[in-house]
Design a protein around this ligand. Structure first.
Ligand SMILES: Cc1ncc(COP(=O)(O)O)c(C=O)c1O
Length: 400
């Protein structure tokens, strides 16, 4: 993976950029940008409608992207891949389309204390609409999930477990297969919804092996464009789910007062979809597969372990992470996270500060705000050295 930065045009303009915020969004490689430019320049027609050449070309490129995404996460039938705007929209689609139909009063929805708001608020709202109950799996030692705690929360009323594969704050990787086995041993009917937003660009993912029912992720966190995401669901569940976005392209028949729906995936993709973005996402899949997820994971882990060893030398720094999936949130005693991030910015180092859309987790950690380092394929140990210099500068400025 030498000279990987050459593949990211942003580094040509910003040669001093140390980008440590890939958890928020990754930078974009040339291959993705060019693939989208190619669509806009050479065949920017709408899909699924025209019988003329460039429309057919666009349709083929869009559907090819679906096939690539399916293969990328181990799915045999591409019609199980629904294009959405991102993880948030994917989870809302399950909560509305499946949840509204299936959840009744007294049903229990299990979430964990480490969820991003996108895998929390849609379930809170579903519970309010339908009279369901939200239950939390607590964090155990080292901020990992406690499997005995998990087993104790599942009963005959449990309908949904909504869980992240990788925490966007703790970097903790949840062992979804093991968790799914524990849950289904107690209640085989529980529908498991996995938030894969922080996983897909950092480790190989095969949804069939995970044993889940729905899997959601975003294109922009895996070197693809913004405005495109994915919901994978088991065909049987997608078939019984209601669409939530009604209009052109998602119907079977329309009469004056009634309509029927197209089969999946079209049923969920009403209106003109993000065509260029889907094609760009296909290019992002190619980009990742070219390096191999195992290789990416090994390299990011090496940089993360180096980061942890260097960060450990800084007095007053509390790290809430074991560095898995390249994510490390931390707090510098006596300095607000936003101040640290501002000083780092002056050094050309980009990190994110705040609650990272995980307020309940920050309350549990006892931290109002943290600053977060999250790695991507382009990060090196030199980037970490610059981070360390920046944090030390913040300590000097604030005299802590
Ligand atoms: C774990 C996790 N889930 C969901 C999301 C939401 O993703 P998006 O904003 O692309 O919908 C994020 C984004 O930060 C995330 O980190």
């Amino acid at each position: 993976m030498n000279n990987i930065k050459n593949q990211f045009p942003i580094f040509e303009k910003e040669s001093g950029l140390t980008y440590l915020d890939s958890g928020a969004t990754t930078l974009k490689p040339r291959s993705v940008i060019e693939k989208m430019m190619d669509y806009y320049t050479n065949y920017s027609a709408n899909i699924h409608r025209g019988v003329y050449g460039i429309s057919e070309q666009a349709t083929t490129a869009y559907e090819n992207a679906r096939e690539k995404v399916a293969k990328f996460i181990g799915v045999e039938d591409p019609s199980e891949i629904i294009f959405t705007k991102g993880t948030t929209e994917s989870i809302n689609l399950v909560a509305r389309g499946w949840g509204d139909k299936k959840i009744i009063e007294g049903d229990e929805i299990i979430v964990t204390e480490m969820e991003h708001h996108s895998n929390l608020v849609p379930w809170q709202e579903l519970a309010k609409r339908e009279g369901g109950l939200i239950k939390y799996i607590k964090l155990g030692q080292n901020h990992k999930l406690d499997l005995s705690e998990l087993a104790g929360s599942i009963n005959e009323n449990t309908r949904i477990l909504a869980i992240t594969q990788v925490s966007n704050v703790l970097g903790a990787v949840n062992q979804i297969k093991q968790i799914a086995d524990v849950v289904h041993d107690i209640n085989p009917e529980v529908v498991i919804v996995v938030d894969g937003a922080q996983a897909v660009a950092h480790m190989p993912v095969n949804v069939a092996e995970l044993g889940c029912d729905f899997y959601a992720f975003s294109g922009h966190k895996m070197y693809g464009p913004t405005g495109i995401g994915v919901l994978w669901g088991k065909k049987m569940l997608l078939d019984e789910m209601d669409p939530v976005n009604f209009g052109g392209g998602m119907i079977g028949e329309v009469s004056k007062l009634e309509s029927t729906w197209a089969p999946i995936p079209d049923k969920f993709e009403g209106g003109t979809p993000p065509i260029a973005e889907a094609i760009g996402l296909g290019a992002a899949v190619d980009f990742l597969e070219n390096f191999g997820l195992e290789n990416i994971s090994d390299q990011e882990n090496e940089v993360a372990q180096y980061a942890l060893s260097q960060l450990a030398t800084i007095e007053g720094l509390k790290i809430f992470s074991a560095g898995e999936a390249g994510i490390m949130a931390m707090e510098l005693s006596g300095v607000h996270a936003h101040d640290v991030a501002t000083i780092l910015d002056r050094e050309g180092v980009c990190v994110r500060a705040g609650h990272h859309c995980a307020m309940p987790l920050h309350q549990i950690l006892g931290a109002g705000a943290t600053f977060r380092v999250s790695l991507g394929i382009y990060n090196t140990k030199e980037d970490i050295d610059k981070l360390i210099v920046g944090i030390k500068k913040a300590k000097d400025i604030f005299k802590v």
